[in-house]
Design a protein around this ligand. Structure first.
Ligand SMILES: NC(=O)c1ccc[n+]([C@@H]2O[C@H](COP(=O)([O-])OP(=O)(O)OC[C@H]3O[C@@H](n4cnc5c(N)ncnc54)[C@H](O)[C@@H]3O)[C@@H](O)[C@H]2O)c1
Length: 368
């Protein structure tokens, strides 16, 4: 009998395709079912990836056969679906953000602890070759003491390309909640927990016009800030700035830089798994591109779930954890609150840095 963990996907939209492809390749996963509010989407995903059952969401959540639910619904449905899965005794791996607000994230955590199940959350890009190489460089002292960091996610907005961009301007999204998790998770993975934040945010256009097909010409009502700048003080000392925006037409500023006493580290796009990783040492006249020390350099969304499954088997913590995603959610909520209240905000949660991956392991393996 197969020892693979039986997994079902809820939410068969855009990103489900990437997950279904990856999960089908993982020996530790048996992808047995998928479900969506729109039955045709579940059917299409099931047919394309030979998933045995296309169900409605309630039937999937109730299925005694399933051990883990992968929650790929829209942000507004994340907490509800994850809590229903936990209530049915299943572990969950959710897309980001964990929930719309910290209160819902904390309630989910409480429910999971009571039920004795695991909750993992995207992004899992920090398990990729690029960000693990950066982590090793920092831990090995290659940049000296980390002093500061910058993160920039500056875009003109998803209504330019996404077929259904409305949700990007609803609660739980906007540039901070949609893209911020990649940047904040990478920064917490590299530098540790955030001690306090300040933020300034604005809504530049209260209405946005969809430019992509098939909804071209329709108007979107904007509910969330579309340009957000934050200063983050890390418990370990560094001060970071992070700007996320859907209001920038063009920029040369991108990704993350970490400034140390001995060198500057240019971190690759935290929404990807690969490089390049470049370093410029004190006094050097050029940047060195460094070899990647870890595996998983290609598109690997889903490896956070694979790590969670391996963690259960080994009796250890998983890396894309509830604690990490709750702290990232707390930091994002604190940034918006700081902007509203005009004062620094101290997050009420903290988390340890997730354990670094040992170098030299093959793809999809997380323990030496
Ligand atoms: N699209 C991307 O490139 C991308 C990349 C990384 C992460 N994500 C994240 O993945 C999640 C999904 O994004 P997407 O782009 O696939 O969105 P999407 O809108 O294309 O798909 C979401 C799907 O969830 C279904 N759904 C909504 N509420 C549901 C419910 N209560 N029960 C069952 N199904 C429900 C919808 O019908 C839809 O098919 C979001 O959290 C997003 O931030 C998306």
């Amino acid at each position: 009998m197969s020892t693979a963990t039986r997994v079902g996907i809820v939410g068969c939209g855009n990103i489900s395709e990437v997950y279904a492809r990856k999960l089908s390749l993982l020996a530790s996963v048996d992808l047995v079912a998928c479900a969506d509010l729109v039955p045709g989407r579940a059917k299409e995903l099931a047919e394309k990836h030979a998933i045995p059952q296309a169900l409605d969401p309630d039937s999937l959540l109730a299925s005694p056969e399933l051990e883990v639910v992968v929650n790929l619904t829209i942000p507004a449905a994340h907490a509800e679906i994850s809590r229903a899965a936990v209530a049915a005794g299943k572990s969950v791996f959710s897309e980001k953000p964990l929930a719309l607000d910290l209160a819902d994230g904390l309630a989910l955590g409480e429910a999971a602890r009571e039920a004795g199940v695991r909750v993992g959350c995207a992004p899992d890009t920090f398990l990729g070759a690029g960000l693990q190489t950066c982590r090793k460089l920092i831990d090995d002292g290659a940049i000296g003491e980390p002093v500061a960091a910058h993160g920039f996610m500056l875009q003109p907005g998803p209504e330019m390309w996404h077929p259904g961009p409305q949700t990007f301007y609803q609660r739980g999204a906007g540039p901070l909640f949609d893209m911020g998790p990649y940047y904040l998770t990478a920064l917490v993975h590299l530098l540790g927990p955030v001690r306090r934040v300040s933020g300034s945010a604005r809504i530049t256009h209260p209405k946005r016009e969809i430019r992509s097909q098939p909804l071209r010409g329709q108007q979107i009502d904007v509910e969330v800030p579309t340009h957000v700048s934050a200063v983050l003080d890390f418990e370990s000392g560094p001060v970071a700035t992070l700007t996320t925006s859907f209001d920038v037409q063009a920029s040369r500023l991108r990704n993350i830089e970490i400034y140390g006493t001995e060198a500057t580290l240019s971190v690759p796009d935290p929404n990807t798994f690969g490089g390049p990783v470049t370093l410029r040492r004190r006094g050097a006249t050029s940047w060195d591109e460094l070899p990647l020390s870890h595996a998983n350099a290609e598109q690997s969304r889903g490896i956070g779930l694979a790590d969670m499954i391996q963690a259960v088997q080994r009796g250890r913590s998983h890396r894309a954890s509830l604690e990490l995603s709750t702290h990232v959610l707390d930091a994002m909520e604190s940034i918006v609150r700081s902007s509203d209240e005009g004062a620094h905000v101290t997050p009420t949660t903290r988390c340890e840095r997730p354990d670094a991956l040992p170098p030299g392991l093959p793809d999809d393996v997380f323990d030496a």
